[in-house]
Every structure is written in C-alpha cells, then in structure tokens.
Design a protein around this ligand. Structure first.
Ligand code: FPP
Length: 249
C-alpha cells in the first residue's frame, strides 16, 4: 500500500453519503440510528479533509427527493442537521472552515434555516476548507433554476442570449464561486449520480466504495484518494498531448 501524495489531492471533493439505512438494518437497528452514526462519519471525514488541506468538501446531506421519505425519518434527519450545525460551529471556527449550503433553502424549516444562516455568517471570514452541505438539493432543479434566472435577465434586457455559453451559464448555479469537483465518492456500492451536481460533474473522476457511509473511515478515504492519484485526467485530450504539455518549453 503506497503512501498518499499530498501534492496530488482533489481540490474539490464531492461525496454522496449512502447506506445509512442498510447499515442500520444489518445491525438490526432503526434507520435513524444509521443516520446518527452517519453524522459521526461526517465529523471524521470533515476533520481528515481539513487536515489534508482539501479546498472544498461538498456533502450530499438531503436531496430534493428525500422529502418523500416517511415523515418521521425526514423529521429525524432535520433534527440531526440542526444539532450538527450547532455543535460543529466551534469546531469549524477552530479549524478555519467556511460553512456553505447549496440547495433550495426556502424549503427547509425556518429554525434550521436560521441556524444555517448564522453558521454561514460566523464562518464567512474563515480561509481554510469550504464545507458545503447540499440540502434540499437537486441537480435538475438547480439547472432549471439557472435557466429561469437567465431568462429573466434576458427579458429585463440585462444580458443578451449571445452571451450564454458553457462559461457564463455556471455563474447562475449554486456553485458559482466554487471550482468543479475533481473527485466524487459514493458509498454503499450504488453506482448512480442521483441528481447530484449534474452540470458540475462533467469531468469529475468517479469512485464507488462498497462500504456503507457509517463504516467509511480514514482508511477508506485514503484508499479512495490513492485511486484518484492513479487516474489520468485527460479532459478530452489524448495521453500524448498531456505528456507533451508537461514538457518544458
Ligand atoms: C443515505 O442513507 C443518506 C442520507 C439520506 C443522507 C445523509 C445523511 C447523513 C449522513 C446524516 C445527516 C447529515 C448531516 C450533515 C447532519 P440512506 O438512508 O439512503 O441509506 P440506504 O440507501 O441504505 O437506505
């Protein structure tokens, strides 16, 4: 097992934290216990990524479609979320982490949205890792929302349709100020994107771990990063072109 090359880590890591329910079922526990254990993994991974000086960590914590889960589970997830934002604030301040949320915040309960707003504000001056939670987030909704904003601006005459291309469009996404993810990890063996960061993942390296999120740990994270380091990112070019590009002159 070779060591991690600290100079070749993703600048932006995105994670689909899946398998809390299955983990709980395997242990004959209630689903919510799986989510509670999942929060512990969130803490651990945030700390590790921050130590490794990852620039951006984006976690899919609650999808736009998750509202359709049983009411008790939605309520429990919201309660965990509130507790998490509150209890992590000190740690985020100590670790110079800037907190951020993407998704439709208007759909979140007002008290949680308040906690989120306060955490975003308090950590706004931090200069270390940007920790983004995707909450009530859907990639298609995000893209449709961006198209709507652009249409409104065109109607108002502030931009012209000719200006809309693949460089201007993402300025209307939630992630306007972030680089695109270099690496996506999804746990629990499912091989889907599930409406996460659809636009932003165009050139992202994808990695699927068999481990359920509550069991994902530092060892698994390092394993994933070693896989990342073994990949050649070509962005549509050939290997030879990339190698030529690396030669001096
Ligand atoms: C997937 O497990 C996980 C989620 C629905 C959301 C992830 C939530 C957490 C880790 C806890 C809350 C997070 C924070 C940041 C406070 P699943 O229920 O889909 O698992 P299953 O597919 O095995 O049923």
């Amino acid at each position: 097992m070779h060591r991690l090359d600290k100079s070749n880590l993703p600048r932006h890591l995105a994670v689909i934290m899946d398998g809390n329910g299955r983990w709980a079922k395997q242990q004959m526990l209630k689903r919510i216990v799986g989510h509670q254990k999942g929060v512990e993994t969130v803490r651990l991974i945030v700390e590790e990524c921050s130590k490794l000086e990852i620039g951006y960590l984006t976690l899919f914590a609650f999808s736009a479609e998750n509202w359709l889960r049983p009411k008790t589970e939605v309520k429990a997830l919201m309660a965990l979320l509130k507790k998490f934002v509150r209890s992590e604030l000190d740690r985020m301040m100590n670790n110079n982490i800037r907190f951020n949320v993407i998704g439709n915040r208007a759909e979140l309960p007002a008290d949680i949205d308040g906690e989120i707003g306060a955490a975003i504000e308090q950590t706004a001056g931090n200069t270390g890792m940007v920790l983004t939670l995707a909450l009530s987030y859907g990639g298609r909704q995000e893209i449709a929302g961006a198209a709507r904003k652009i249409a409104q601006e065109v109607a108002a005459g502030t931009i012209s349709p000719d200006e809309i291309d693949e460089t201007t469009f993402p300025r209307y996404l939630y992630t306007a100020t972030m680089p695109e993810p270099d690496f996506l990890i999804r746990t629990s063996g499912e091989m889907r994107i599930s409406n996460f960061l659809l636009w932003q993942l165009a050139y992202t390296e994808l990695y699927f771990s068999e481990v359920n999120w509550p069991d994902f740990d530092k060892k698994e994270l390092y394993k994933a990063f070693r896989h990342y380091q073994s990949r050649e990112r070509r962005f549509g070019k050939t290997s030879d072109q990339l190698r030529a590009g690396m030669l001096p002159g």
